[in-house]
Design a binder for this molecule. Sequence first.
Ligand code: ADP
Ligand code: MG
Length: 244
Amino acid sequence: MSDLKVNVKDLNKNYGNNHVLKGIDFQVKSNEVVVVIGPSGSGKSTLLRCLNKLEDPSSGSIQIDGVDISDPKVNIDQARENIGMVFQHFNLFANLTVGENITLAPTQLHKKTLEEAQKDARALLETVGLTDKYDALPASLSGGQKQRVAIARALAMNPDIMLFDEPTSALDPEMVGDVLEVMKSLAKDGMTMVVVTHEMGFAKEVADRVVFMADGKVMEEGTPEQMFDDPQNERTKAFLKKVI
Ligand code: ADP
Ligand code: MG
């Protein structure tokens, strides 16, 4: 059995005439933290969305835990349960309390009893530093708090991979640190993570591997040291000059 959690081969995605992903090869090992960087429009979100089938690939293969998710025989809801996703805009249910947001999916999908789900939700809120917010409504929370609830909600399904799409990009600067701290502690606990971010400090500190995308292709990848201290590709060099 290979220890590849994610194995993407020659992935192509077209929107009409717009060839957005052009032959992407992308692997993530168990317990690995991969940070994806690259200019706006390079296809980073599309890649993440293909990984949990929010988008269908035009061609190529995507294996998650050795299972080809484009196989029509695969139960995609079941496959998705193992992949947590956190978006730039938190997408919390505004009419539900924080506790209800976190317990909803595990109870509706019969993964946990209500009692278990509530107990877990309280523990998860402690993990993300929001113990006292169980009964709060999302509208009463700051952006950073909402994002930490969104992370807790994703974790409530006990995923074995977490995908983050620019989780701090919509936050006021003073909120960013708390969210990154939660992500760092997840990484430390061995969560397999793919993180699209412009937070280069996070990438340097937490990533096992950094992948640079541009124009729908993986242009270069390597350890943070390789990518930040000694990039080889001209596009990587130009991008890093702009963001660092
Ligand atoms: P990034 O996340 O790196 O900024 P995206 O994956 O969001 O890039 O977008 C890559 C390209 O795909 C862009 O040209 C964008 O306009 C296009 N695109 C993304 N989603 C859609 C969609 N649902 N329909 C049509 N075009 C899309
Ligand atoms: Mg994006």
